[in-house]
Write a protein that binds this ligand. Structure first.
Ligand SMILES: C[S@@+](CC[C@H](N)C(=O)[O-])C[C@H]1O[C@@H](n2cnc3c(N)ncnc32)[C@H](O)[C@@H]1O
Length: 314
């Protein structure tokens, strides 16, 4: 974990704004803490830093890091490395979705937060325009890989072809990315371990439908987003799934209740101040669709229409 993160972190369990996490360094390499511990002097919980990876999760989310399936699986790593970087290693079928989302980022001397960053492409892009960038995800496999990319400044991985057959893919990274200003940590989108109003830009790309309490995700974004000169870049396919969250928690896709109607319209109303979730409200400066794809194997692809809204505060 980069040392510059130290005075930005609070405890995800007690969310006590007045108490920063204490950092105990056991091993360090230049500006990176490789072994150590963060601890909360208020609730006395501690969070490990091992091989450079800080895990700052609330108790209820902690089990996710020992699950080797889902977003921690080898196949998922291949899929997301392909999605995030296929345009750079010049795959003929590459997706340009991440360039489309990045085109909204504006020059700022503030901090940026990329929530559900996966293997980090948008965090790398955000480093071109922001003073510091923090990518967070609950997948320890993605965060380990994102940090490896950060230090090696190049990509190298085994792309799944079929079954256990893989092929190596590699490429050098963009020299305009500011690697020293980026870090990746394991943290929960529903319990962001950051002080309020810290970020001038927050991104939530294709994660709303993946969290158990979508409204809590937006409430937490409002807590950490600056009240002025800030931007929230949101995108989601709204493919609600009852195995992730009960339909009563969805923000769209049902005929009655809070989630009545289309997710994109409901989220747009929340941006504009409905229910006081975004306070102050966000002005919608852009809205549309991004064609995004995930490559699972040589023959299995997911084609996704991700609907985006860009909101700003002046
Ligand atoms: C559909 S993927 C999208 C990844 C990335 N934003 C992109 O568009 O390529 C959803 C991501 O959210 C992460 N995720 C799911 N639940 C999360 C949570 N509660 N907190 C943080 N990340 C979460 C997953 O591990 C995964 O990386």
């Amino acid at each position: 974990m980069k040392k510059w993160l130290k005075d930005k972190l609070i405890c995800p369990e007690c969310i006590n704004e007045g108490v920063l996490l204490d950092l105990n360094i056991k091993e360090e390499k230049e500006d990176d803490v490789t072994e150590g511990e963060l601890s909360c002097s208020f609730c006395k919980r501690s969070y490990p830093i091992h091989k450079g990876v800080a895990v700052i999760l609330p108790d209820t989310t902690m089990p996710v890091i020992s699950d080797s399936s889902g977003y921690n699986s080898k196949n998922m790593l291949s899929s997301y490395l392909w999605s995030h970087f296929s345009d750079i290693f010049k795959d003929p079928c590459a997706t340009d979705a991440y360039r489309v989302w990045s085109a909204f980022f504006k020059k700022s001397d503030g901090y940026a937060l990329d929530i559900g960053c996966s293997v980090g492409r948008l965090s790398f892009e955000l480093s071109k325009t922001h003073s510091h960038v923090i990518g967070i995800d609950t997948s320890i496999s993605f965060i380990k890989k994102a940090r490896e990319l950060l230090f090696k400044k190049r990509l190298n991985f085994d792309l799944v072809i079929e079954g256990l057959i893989t092929e190596e893919r590699s490429c050098d990274f963009d020299t305009a990315w500011n690697y020293d200003r980026i870090d990746f940590i394991v943290a929960d989108a529903l319990r962001l371990p950051f002080r309020k109003k810290l970020f001038s830009t927050v991104t939530s790309i294709n994660i709303l439908e993946k969290v158990t309490r979508p409204i809590q995700h937006l409430i937490d974004i409002n807590r950490v987003l600056s009240e002025e000169k800030s931007m929230f870049v949101f995108s989601d396919p709204f493919s609600w799934d009852e195995s992730v969250s009960d339909s009563e928690h969805w923000l769209g896709g049902v005929s009655n209740g809070n989630g009545k109607s289309r997710g994109i319209d409901n989220v747009a109303s929340l941006f504009l101040g409905k229910k006081g979730i975004f306070d102050p409200p966000l002005e919608i400066t852009d809205r549309g669709n991004v064609s995004w794809k995930i490559r699972k194997t040589e023959n299995l692809w997911e084609y996704i229409n991700s609907q985006f809204i860009v909101g700003t505060r002046n």
